[in-house]
Each structure stands twice: as C-alpha cells, then as structure tokens.
Design a protein around this ligand. Structure first.
Ligand code: ADP
Ligand code: MG
Ligand code: MG
Length: 867
C-alpha cells in the first residue's frame, strides 16, 4: 500500500517540516493561524526521494490530479481552462527543502496557461495586455527552468521587440507586442527541439519533475556540502493557486519583516512594488518603495499588513520574514520564515520578545548565536555614508577602524606617539610585527587566510583586521602599497571593516556599537545556567581590564613573550641570547627581571582578587632576533653587532620552530630564564600583598611532553616556593604525549590547561602557518567537516582532552582543568567542554561568547535531563 504523497494545505497540519519542506510547512501554519493564503497542495519530500532513487513515482500524477480537482473546487476555477467569464486556474510551482537552500529550482509562475487560456484571461480581466504579459512570463520561466534554455535567449528576444518598437521599458510594450513576443518564444522553443507543452497537465508534470531534479543540480550540491546539509533530505513541491500583483496600481507584491532585521527594532519593516509579479522585486528591474509608504496611499492595506505581522509573530514566536502579494487591494500571504538578522538585532529581539512575554527568558538566552557577540561590541562602517570599497579581503577580526597607513612597527610608534590612529599594512605578518599590530587600530594584509598569524593575533588583540586582500601589493621597504593603479603611501587615511572584509579609501564615518544594555540583560538571564568558569587570555593590564569588564573571572593564559617584544626590552633579550659568560647572562636577566616584575604587578593589580595564570617563556629564542636576511645584509655592510646576531641567529635557526627548542625544553636547559620569570612573579605578588592587594598568581609551563619535564620544573619552582611560599603550579597540555601520560603528570601539578592550538596542530600533524594552503579546500571538499583550528575537533582532540581529564583527576583528585586555546572563545567548542572542565579561557572580546555559550550548554543539558 502506498502512502499519501500529496496534501492540501488544510490537510497537512501536524506533518513535519521534513516532509513538507520549509515553505510548505510555513504555508500550512499560516492557514492554521487564520491568515489569507491562496489554496495550494504540497508534494512531499518523500515523493522527491523516491523519484531520485527510482526515476519515477508510480501513481503520483493521479494523486496530483485528484488534489488539483480539490483545489479547483476551493478556487472555483478549472485548471488551465477558462469557462464563460471565469478565467482558468493558474498555479505557481515552487520548491521548498526542509532547510532554506538557495541554488535549487526557481519558482515558475502562471503555470497552466495555454493559447485559449490567454483569450479567456484577457476576457475575464478585460485586460489583454495583462493576459499576454502573464503568458510570456510563463514561457520564459518554463523555458529556462524546465526546458533549460538560457535566460539570455529570452532576454535577447525581448530586447529585439523593444528595439523594433523603439521603447525602453517592458511597461511600454502593448498587448500586441507581448503577443508577438509570446509567439517568438514558442517558435524558438519549437525549433530548438524543446517545444513548450500547450497542455496544462503536461506543464505541471514537467515542472514538478524539474523541482525534484533540481535537488541534485551542482549549485544545490555545492551549497549542501558547504553548509553540511544532508544529501538525502529531498525537496517538497508547492503547487499554489496564482494571485496577481500585476493587475494594476491597486495590486503589487512585497516583502516584510515583523521587526527590523538590522537593528531589531520592533515594528513592521519591508519593501513593496506596485503592479508587479513575484520575481520583479528580486530582479531589481524597478526599485521597490518602503512598505511604510503604503500608510499614505493605502492606509487600510497597511493596517492589514501590520495585523498580519502581529499574528505571524504570535504564531511563530519569532521575528518573521514574509512574502505577500496584493491583488486588487486584497492581501495574500505567500511565504514566511524566521528572518535572518544581525547580531545586534538578535539580542534586541530576544530580550524584547521575552519582556513582551512571547518567549521565556531561557528561550531568549538560547536564541542568540554566541559566536556573533564579538561583532556586537565593535563599531561598524556606516553603510549610509560609505563609498565603494577599494578592496575586499577576508573578514578576519570584527569591527571597523579608521587610521593612517603605516608599514612597520616604527611607523605605528611614530603616529601613536602623536596620538594618531594607524592601520598597519603588511604583505603578511610575523611575530616581529607584534608591536605594530598592538598599537594599530586596524590590520590589513595582502596574503594569509582566516587562521594566518595576522588573523589569529588580531582576534586575540581585538584589533579589527582584513587579511588576504587580493589585489593589494605591499612594499614595506618603499613605504608604499598599490591597489590596481592606486598608490597608497604612509600616512594616507584608510578605513577597514573586519566584519565584512571591506577596505575604503579615506576616513569613512563609523556607527557606534549599540545595545550594550540589552546584551547585559541577556547575560544576566544566562548566568544562572552557567557552571563552567570563564577566564581570559590577556597579556597586558589593559587587556586584563577589558576582560574583567566583560566578566572574566580571571586570566587563564598570560603569555610572557609579548612582554619581551617591546621596543626597550628587545636589546636585553638579544643580549641574553648572545651572552657568552654567566656574568653577561646574569646582567641581561637582571634587567629583564625588573621589566617582568613591573608587568606582573600591573596585571595582577588589574585582576586583583582573581586568578592569573602566567605561562613562562614559550617561543624559541630566535624569534626575538631580526630576520636572518636583514642581519646578513647589515653584517656584510660591516655592522659588528649585526654580525654577532647573525652568527647566533644562524646557529639557533630551526627547520620546524613549532617542534623545536622552545617551551619547557628551553626553560629547563636555560634555567636562568625560568628562575628570573618565576621570581619576578613571586616578588611582584609579595610587593602587592604588602601594598594591601590580593594577587592570585598561578604559574604554568608550556610544551611538556614527559612527566620528567614536569618533575624537574616543579623542583626548580620549589626552590623559589621555599622562599616565597607556594603558588598553584600547572602544565599546559598541548602535546598528545602529555595527554596520554596525564595520570603520571597529574600528581606533580595543581592544574592542567589544555593549549588546544598546539594540541590541535600536533594531533593532526599540521601547522597553522602552513595549513592555509590546503585546509580551506579540505573543508570545502568535505574531507574535514570544519576547520579544526577554529572549532575544537571533538572526535580526536576532544578525545585526548577527555581522557587526560579523567585519568588526571583519578591520579590527582584536586586537579583543576581548563582550556586556553583559541577554541576557548568559540561557542561550539565551549559547549563541548562545558561539562568536562572547570574553566575556559578566551581572548577578551570572546569572553562574552564563552559566558553565553557555557550558559546555553547548561540550559540544553538541563532541558534534555528533564525530558
Ligand atoms: P523563493 O524560494 O525564491 O523565495 P518563491 O517560491 O517564494 O521563491 O517564489 C518567489 C515569488 O514568486 C514569491 O515571493 C511571490 O512573490 C511569487 N509567487 C509565488 N507563488 C505565487 C502565487 N501563487 N501567486 C502569486 N505570486 C506567487
Ligand atoms: Mg528562488
Ligand atoms: Mg520566497
């Protein structure tokens, strides 16, 4: 026995979105809510799946005919056949997958029309022009979508007619012109060997099958791959009685939002096009007017649309994006769905809907995409005042920035000293550029992907950045850059928007971030559901303060190397690297000690009363030296100091610095550095206590791979703890081997902090700096479901973490566990660790994301626990 595969809207209530598709589902709900919807039938996704499997669906045509008979009854017209003064019933054939999916078949309107039908339509409407216009639209749409002729061919024939008649716009064509055009279309399709079926039922059959097949077209497949939509859903087909927005000035078609999708402001928002049919709005042939204009010339209609919008919101309990048509003053709803919105709008809508009592506070918390929050806090380019962008790159770090172009650290320092904002422009960035990146308001690079050094560091710093801007050529030595023929020099003003990737010449006005208050309200609703601690990755007092303002409960990762990179310190770092005698080393360490102690004091003061995890020196020493090439040139030119550095740099240089002489390896073999850093931290703590503060330092060693390393480091630390008293001591867990040996390391430490950047790199055996060459393509081709440098790989890396936590806790029940990679501020990664770890640590601007994501995870797990 075969099940039903075709339903009238009125019969489909209660069936799933999976079966009806999103569009069909929305129509059924609207009918249920009492809204005016033209009668329709839905061919289910099940029929589509069967068709794709078997190439045909036995009995489907009969089922369609039976339901079409019911449709005819509802409308009081015969499909494709006019009778007396009654015009024929025409339908639209529309595709609708369970998830919204551009790339599938375009809608065909006016289907069912034949030559006799045109006559009848002309007679009934008293408007032959309308009738022929309707027919030529059907021929072009059907020709393109079902018979697969190129759209340009139809456009070409249309242009030829317009030219012959000496008119500019379609609107100037007469009924006779459109009739002639229709015959040109018919003849063309005939000669091409794909005649237009002048039988309504054949048209319908062809259109339904074309929708089925469009599920498998390359555009749709590509879209599914990118967005991870299953291949086997299939699409439903909606066959709906036509209503006509092109019957005159009292007709039209439009799109509405129940609230403003950009700002979230409550109230109807949308666009309307008078005397037009569906696709005219999208095609951009004429510019639609704002919906609010209707208030002036059709106030009753406007009120009716407002009433409908209100009903839609009450029914769907979310902001709706709806499509409608007005036929001779009567309103018909044709589609509704939850509207896409900016982060700002999402927060406002969620909070206000909860306050209006439409949704609960918990639902409001769950509705906001946590990953979108950082973009909320940043100003954006004011769209209304922006010129055309000169460049478009990858949106690497959100927010907009205006500043003077600089090409180097020195340039950034010069302008900053004068109190001027800067945009650092580089071919790409390296750790060398950190000062310039830190000082600048924005970063622009010609090369690199979303996980390039520039992108990662910029996000960490919260500096807006556009990377990989193709078409940009940068020559830092010359102090110039070029975009096409345009030359950009140091000091020129540039504006960039790291949320969109756009770059503008000159200073474009920025719109300040709004909605801070609403966000705080949302977070106050979220907080009770969060059990995961949220700390920040911060290296400077100002970052620490910012993080604290965003609600960070401590610092989970304070990197000490950034402190080494500052201008006045680098010479001492370099002396340390060059030291030939213990005395030379001691002198360099002494100077650095003084700097570090002050740094630590400042950051501990900023986080007074909260834990601050300080990671001892991580990168290899050669990162603190200028590039080899530069040293070589200076050395050859006779610079003695450069020569010494060059020799040393050559000796230190590594093929794979990521896997080289760094982290704990360096700290154990150059224990002077270890002692200097730890002593500076302990001394800073002591002094602050004497000043009446409540510092809570923790020390952490990077890159441990073996328990012996942790043991020896602990012994070194204990020497100082003897003198100063102990502080929590932990290891970063960032090598797979450390995770595997967690049970042996755990008894030696007070905490683990999963450094998921390196742990991911090492677990996958890929380097973030080189992954740009293949990772994007890997993701695009579905080899990886997502970029694991961005979102934590739960399967592999997550398994290492879980195992290390479980075995570590077993070996040391007092062990604390946290996470401090880039993933620590990515919502899905946070959700994964929310029940597993004690805390996560995110870059300051991602602290809010982490807080919200952790609360959402708490809410979800509770919801499931209750059901
Ligand atoms: P899309 O998936 O691209 O939104 P739709 O199926 O919604 O395509 O169709 C696009 C437009 O065609 C609709 O917004 C509406 O204006 C018009 N349209 C579709 N069906 C009908 C109909 N039965 N009567 C009048 N216009 C229709
Ligand atoms: Mg479409
Ligand atoms: Mg639509």
């Amino acid at each position: 026995m075969k099940g039903t595969r075709v339903y009238l809207l009125s019969e489909a209530r209660g069936l799933s979105r999976d079966l009806l598709g999103g569009k069909g589902f929305g129509l059924v709900e609207m009918v249920w809510a009492g809204l005016p919807v033209p009668p329709a039938l839905i061919v289910t996704t099940e029929a589509c799946r069967l068709f794709l499997r078997e190439g045909a669906v036995p009995g489907l045509q009969e089922e369609v005919r039976a339901k079409m008979a019911a449709l005819e009854g509802l409308v009081g017209k015969r499909f494709g056949k006019g009778e007396g003064n009654t015009p024929p019933l025409l339908v639209s054939v529309r595709s609708g997958a369970p998830v919204s999916m551009p790339g599938m078949m375009d809608t065909i309107l006016n289907l069912g029309l034949t030559l006799e039908g045109v006559e009848s339509l002309a007679r009934a409407s008293g408007n032959p022009r309308f009738a022929w216009d309707t027919f030529r639209r059907l021929l072009a749409m059907y020709g393109e979508v079902v018979l697969r002729e190129r759209a340009e061919v139809f456009e070409g024939l249309l242009s030829a007619v317009k030219e012959k008649r000496g008119v500019q716009s379609d609107a100037e064509l007469t009924a006779e012109d459109l009739e002639a055009l229709s015959f040109l279309y018919l003849r063309h399709l005939e000669e091409r060997g794909t005649p237009f079926p002048l039988d309504p039922w054949l048209q319908l059959e062809g259109a339904i099958e074309a929708v089925f097949r469009s599920w498998s077209n390359p555009r749709a497949k590509a879209y599914r791959r990118i967005y991870g939509i299953p291949e086997d859903l299939g699409t439903a087909v909606v066959v709906q009685a036509m209503v006509y927005g092109n019957l005159g000035e009292d007709s039209g078609t439009g799109v509405g939002f129940t609230r403003n999708p950009a700002t979230g402001e409550k109230g109807l928002y949308g666009e309307y096009l008078r005397n037009a049919q569906g696709e005219d709005v999208v095609a951009g042939i004429r510019t639609p007017e704002p919906l609010s204009r209707l208030r002036e010339y059709a106030p009753e209609l406007y009120r009716e649309i407002e009433r409908v919008a209100d009903l839609l919101e009450r029914h769907f309990r979310d902001m709706q994006d709806f499509e409608f048509t007005v036929e001779r003053g009567r309103l018909y709803l044709l589609q509704t769905r939850s509207g896409k919105r900016t982060a700002q709008a999402a927060v406002r809508i969620a909070v206000e809907m909860a306050e209006e009592g439409l949704i609960s506070k918990e639902e409001a918390v769950l509705r906001v995409e946590a990953n979108a929050l950082p973009g909320l806090l940043k100003p954006a380019v004011d769209r209304n005042k922006a010129p055309e962008p000169i460049l478009k790159g990858l949106p690497a770090s959100p927010g907009a920035a205006v500043g003077h172009v600089v090409f180097s650290n020195q340039g950034a320092e010069r302008y900053t000293a004068q109190g001027l904002p800067t945009i650092l422009v580089r071919p790409e960035t390296t750790p060398e550029d950190i000062t310039g990146m830190y000082l600048s308001q924005g970063i622009l690079t010609a090369r690199g992907g979303l996980t390039s050094h520039a992108a990662v560091v910029a996000r960490g710093l919260g500096v807006p950045a556009v990377v990989g801007a193709e078409g940009l050529r940068v020559a830092p030595e010359e102090g110039r850059a070029w975009v096409d023929g345009l030359e950009i020099r140091e000091g020129d003003l540039l504006t960039l928007d790291g949320s969109t990737g756009e770059v503008f010449l000159g200073a474009v006005p920025l719109a300040e971030a709004a909605g801070e208050e609403l966000l705080q309200k949302l977070l106050s609703w979220a907080e009770p559901h969060r059990s995961l601690g949220v700390r920040a990755n911060a290296d400077t007092p100002s970052d620490a303060e910012r993080a604290r303002a965003f609600g960070a409960e401590g610092i989970g990762l304070c990197r000490t190397e950034h402190m080494f990179f500052q201008e006045e310190r680098l010479p001492w770092v370099r002396r340390l690297i060059l030291a030939r005698t213990p005395e030379e080393e001691a002198e360099a360490l002494e100077r650095l000690y003084a700097f570090q102690k002050e740094d630590f004091k400042a950051i501990l003061r900023a986080m007074d009363g909260l834990p601050v995890t300080v990671r001892l020196l991580d990168p290899p020493l050669h990162e603190f030296l200028p590039p080899l090439e530069e040293l070589r040139e200076k050395a050859i030119a006779g610079d003695e100091e450069a020569k010494a550095l060059w020799e040393r740099a050559k000796a230190l240089s590594e093929q794979n610095p990521m896997l080289g002489f760094r982290g704990i390896r360096l700290l154990l073999l150059r224990p002077g550095i270890f002692r200097m850093q730890l002593k500076a931290l302990l001394e800073a703590t002591k002094e602050l206590r004497e000043e009446g503060f409540d510092p809570r330092p923790e020390v952490m060693i990077p890159l441990v791979a073996d328990p012996k390393e942790a043991e020896q480091a602990r012994a070194l630390a204990e020497e100082l703890f003897q003198e100063y008293g102990p502080i929590p001591f932990g290891t970063m867990m960032e090598t797979p081997r450390a995770a595997l040996l967690a049970s042996e390391i755990a008894p030696l430490v007070d905490f683990f902090s999963f450094g998921t950047n390196d742990l991911t790199q090492m677990a996958f055996g890929l380097s973030r700096d080189d992954a740009g060459k293949f990772l994007p393509q890997y993701v695009e081709e579905g080899l990886f479901p997502f970029d694991p440098t961005e979102r934590l790989d739960e399967k592999g890396v997550g398994r290492l973490i879980r195992m290390a936590v479980e075995e570590g806790r077993r070996a040391n029940p007092r062990l604390k566990v946290g996470l401090c990679g880039e993933h620590g501020g990515e919502a899905r990664s946070v959700a994964f660790v929310a029940e597993l770890l004690d805390y996560t640590s995110a870059s300051p601007f991602r602290v809010l994301t982490a807080r919200l994501a952790a609360a959402q995870a708490g809410l979800r797990s509770r919801k499931y626990a209750n059901t």
